[in-house]
Every structure is written in structure tokens, then in C-alpha cells.
Design a protein around this ligand. Structure first.
Ligand SMILES: Cc1cc2nc3c(=O)[nH]c(=O)nc-3n(C[C@H](O)[C@H](O)[C@H](O)COP(=O)(O)OP(=O)(O)OC[C@H]3O[C@@H](n4cnc5c(N)ncnc54)[C@H](O)[C@@H]3O)c2cc1C
Length: 442
């Protein structure tokens, strides 16, 4: 029987990757039964607006539902987590004890907000932003006009939240262990440009700051206790410490899975503890950790919207292809962020970059395009309101063109380049982290 006539495909994770994977199965000719399992009670919705338009009050959290681009004709099992996997019997068990058989399984369970590791994480007034309910709860808390908002973590989501809170006229302090915001994602040279924008917008940015615990007054968060003994008063806290995965049910079934992701081969097939791919189980999106052919053999997860879409489509096509026709998934990471009236767009991977050059615009003007190099090769480009130049660098990054980049003709003046200023590897003791939407696992 060919996979297109397969009796049943189950997708676990009813969000962006799950939906786009389901559409790709139908678009590729799969007509058999399809079940989509999701632990949230909602049809797939879009997360990027949650830390932007929803917090700002421009969009209601329930208006983020994703459109179906193709009729997926699926049976939806929403509000039910998959809790166990039996690979030998090819079944999954849901939280209500329903057992679903599968011929092929696509795991798109994404990630969840990394909780604050110290005391007080569960106090009323302490928020994270991952899901629709988180964003709705935070939005209503912000509408009550808290006097002092504290944001822990100067990654993409922390910065976006800070920007929205300032737009709402709230007093905002943002703390991070690094010298600048976005230091781990973009380096300190570019992070400084964000710090300047933050300051101009009225955010109090506290670098080199480690939060140890949250303390309460009258049963509600009242302050953050710092590792150096200091304190920051706050009546609303947003914890933005990046993401982690709950992959215990996958690990228990003998797959290579942990809080950093589910390991896959280049074709997106889940790897077993025996070191071979399970031909019936695929993964895509934030959960998948795979050897991206564009970056050698290093295993990486990419926590960006564009990857969830492309990888899910790729995995779906491989699910329907024969064993000898499995295609490797090569992906150039890309993301966007809007904050402090600037549109940030990035392509490639800044991991390990040792040089940066500003190739268009200037950091003083706030509009620029920066190109990153590693060992003499162009590896990433980041634009601050200069996105029209970005596509020109995509192919240079994909083929590892020389750095500094060749911009024009032969008489090009030398391009100045600098250290991007990535902070030293994270210490285990750091209690405030950045939100990185890309992680690398050696
Ligand atoms: C606030 C926020 C803002 C973002 N902004 C941007 C942006 O500006 N640009 C960008 O490129 N990317 C952005 N991202 C990242 C992007 O949204 C993610 O990369 C994308 O959502 C990943 O999709 P996914 O389907 O793999 O995982 P998810 O969206 O995490 O979906 C996984 C789903 O599976 C469910 N699930 C988990 N475990 C189980 C289980 N055992 N059983 C059943 N269901 C389960 C989860 O509850 C969830 O519904 C943002 C993310 C967040 C949280």
C-alpha cells in the first residue's frame, strides 16, 4: 500500500506546523483519515501577534485563528494532550485514555514558555507569553494600568512586550544578565541600537541584572529580589526567558527527546535511542531538532514562524514518499520582530559570528542593514527598517559567500567590520535569559 492510501495519519500539536502539515498532506494527494490532536481547546492560531498587537490592544486574542489554506478534512481532538506513545503497537494515548492508532505520526508539539526558575514564579501578577490564554490574561492585566511593569529577559519577546507596555504609557523596567538587549540573538553592537531605542521610548533597561526570586505583598507580586541583594518594585512581571519543550512522553517511548527538542534525521524522521530513524514518526516546527544540511551536521531547533511552515510541509511530503525517496530538509532561518517603531528582519544564523559590517544605512540613523561573518564567510544579515536590501544577501548566506560581502563592482571601497560582541556562553547560574528563537546543539 502506498503512503497516499495510508489508513491513518495522526498529527499531534494543533498549531501552525500541525495545520500547515495537514494542508500539505491533502495538497499532496492524501485522502485517508487524518486526526489532529491538540492540548489547547482552540483551532490553530498565530503566535507572533500575541506579543505585539494583542498586548497593544489592537487585536483580540481570539482573532488570531489561522486561516485554512486548503480544506484539511480532519477529525479534531482538541483540549486533549497526547500523553503516551507505543511505537511497537503504533498507537498514541490521549489524556482521557483514548487510544489512537496511526500508520504515520507527525509530531508538531512546539515549545512552551520557560518558567522562571526561582521562588515566586506562580504568584498572581507574574505572567509568561506563549499561548492565546496567556496573552489575553496579560492584556487584561495591562488594561488595569499597573504602576510598575518588570520584564525579565531582553530577548525578542521581552523587547516586544516592553515596547507595547510603553505604547500603553506604563512604567517599564527590563532586566537582562547581558550588557544589551538582544545580545545573544544579534550581538551587542546591534543590541546597543535596541538599547538606545528603548531608552528613547522611556524603558529603564538594567543590564547585568540577575533576578533571584519574586516576593509578594497581599498575595500578589510586589518586587523582584536580585542576586546581588537589591530589589525592583513591580506590580506586574512578564517572564520572557525563552522556550523549552515537554518531550517526556516521546523520550519514554524510546525517542531521542528532551527539553531541547525531538532529534530527527535530515528527512525530519524522529530518531530512536538505537540511533536509527523511526520510519513512521516525523516532526516539524519548534519541537524538531535536526541536522540542517546548510549548517553541517549540527543539530538545531529553529523557533521561527517560517520554519514551522516550511518544515511541516516538507515533513508531510516525506511522510507520503517512499522509503528511498526521503528528501533532506535544508532551511535558512529567518525571523522578523517589530518593536520601538522599528521593523527588524533577519536571515541566516548569527551563531558563532565573529565579524559584523554595516553595509547599508547607519546605526546612528537607526536604519541599517548589518551582515555577519564567521571565519571569512557571510552567515547572516539583519535589517532595521532596511528590509528591501535583505533578499540580495539571501543567496550569499546560503552559499557561504566571502565576508566582508562584495557589494558592487570591482572598485568597492573596503568595508569596515567589527566584532558583533556576542556574550560569553551562558552560565548555569543565570536566572534571567534571552529569548532566542534558534538553538544549536553540538
Ligand atoms: C509570543 C510569541 C511571538 C512570536 N513572534 C514571532 C515573530 O515575530 N517572528 C517569528 O518568526 N516567530 C515568532 N514566534 C515563533 C513562532 O510563533 C513559532 O516558531 C511557531 O508558533 C512554532 O509553531 P509550532 O506549530 O511548531 O509550535 P507551537 O506554535 O508551539 O504549537 C504547538 C502546539 O502543540 C500543542 N501541544 C504541545 N504538547 C502537546 C501534546 N502532548 N499533545 C497535544 N498537543 C500538544 C501546544 O499546546 C501547541 O498548541 C513567536 C512565538 C511566540 C510565543
Amino acid at each position: 500500500m502506498s503512503a497516499v492510501d495510508d489508513p491513518s495519519i495522526v498529527i499531534v500539536g494543533a498549531s501552525l506546523a500541525g495545520l500547515r502539515g495537514a494542508e500539505a498532506l491533502r495538497d499532496s494527494g492524501y485522502t485517508g483519515p487524518l486526526t489532529i490532536v491538540g492540548d489547547e481547546p482552540y483551532r490553530p492560531y498565530d503566535r507572533p501577534p500575541l506579543s505585539k498587537h494583542v498586548l497593544a490592544g489592537d487585536l483580540r486574542a481570539e482573532a488570531t485563528e489561522l486561516p485554512q489554506l486548503t480544506a484539511v478534512r480532519a477529525q479534531w481532538r482538541l483540549g486533549q494532550a497526547a500523553v503516551a506513545l507505543d511505537r511497537a503497537g503504533r498507537t498514541i494515548r490521549l489524556a482521557d485514555d483514548t487510544v489512537l492508532p496511526y500508520r504515520s505520526l507527525l509530531v508538531t508539539t512546539g515549545a512552551r514558555a520557560r518558567p522562571f526558575p526561582g521562588a515566586g514564579a506562580g504568584l498572581p501578577g507574574v505572567h509568561t507569553i506563549r499561548g492565546r490564554d496567556d496573552a489575553a490574561a496579560l492584556r487584561s492585566a495591562l488594561a488595569e494600568k499597573p504602576r510598575r511593569v518588570l520584564i525579565v529577559g531582553g530577548g525578542l519577546i521581552g523587547c516586544e512586550a516592553a515596547s507595547c507596555c510603553r505604547d500603553l504609557g506604563l512604567s517599564v523596567t527590563l532586566v537582562d544578565p547581558n550588557p544589551t538587549p538582544l545580545a545573544r540573538v544579534l550581538g551587542m553592537l546591534v543590541g546597543n541600537s535596541v538599547a538606545v531605542r528603548m531608552k528613547d521610548a522611556g524603558v529603564s533597561f538594567r543590564p547585568h541584572t540577575h533576578v533571584k526570586a519574586f516576593e509578594s505583598r497581599n498575595g500578589k507580586v510586589a518586587r523582584a529580589r536580585l542576586e546581588d541583594g537589591g530589589e525592583i518594585e513591580a506590580d506586574l512581571v512578564i517572564v520572557a526567558l525563552g522556550a523549552e519543550r515537554d518531550a517526556r512522553w516521546l523520550a519514554k517511548a524510546g525517542l531521542l527527546a528532551d527539553g531541547g527538542g525531538l532529534t530527527c534525521d535530515a528527512a525530519c524522521r524522529a530518531m530512536t535511542g538505537e540511533g536509527a530513524p523511526d520510519p513512521h514518526i516525523y516532526a516539524a516546527g519548534d519541537i524538531a531538532r535536526w541536522p540542517n544540511p546548510l549548517f553541517g551536521d549540527r543539530l538545531r531547533t529553529v523557533e521561527h514562524w517560517g520554519n514551522a511552515v516550511e518544515q511541516a510541509r516538507h515533513a508531510a511530503r516525506n511522510m507520503l514518499a517512499g522509503r528511498d525517496d526521503q528528501k533532506a530538509y535544508a532551511h535558512l532561518p529567518a525571523f522578523w520582530s517589530s518593536q520601538f517603531d522599528v521593523n527588524i528582519k533577519a536571515i541566516g544564523s548569527t551563531e558563532g559570528a565573529d565579524k559584523i559590517a554595516i553595509v547599508h544605512g547607519s546605526r546612528t540613523s537607526g536604519r541599517f542593514l548589518a551582515v555577519y561573518g564567521r571565519a571569512g564567510r557571510t552567515v547572516a544579515a539583519v535589517s532595521f527598517d532596511e528590509a528591501r536590501w535583505l533578499p540580495a544577501y539571501e543567496s550569499q548566506i546560503a552559499c557561504g559567500a566571502p565576508f566582508p560581502p562584495i557589494l558592487d563592482a570591482t572598485d568597492q571601497a573596503p568595508i569596515d567590520h567589527f566584532s558583533p560582541g556576542f556574550p560569553a556562553p551562558r552560565l548555569a547560574s543565570e536566572s534571567a535569559d534571552t529569548t532566542e528563537r534558534e538553538s544549536i546543539h553540538a
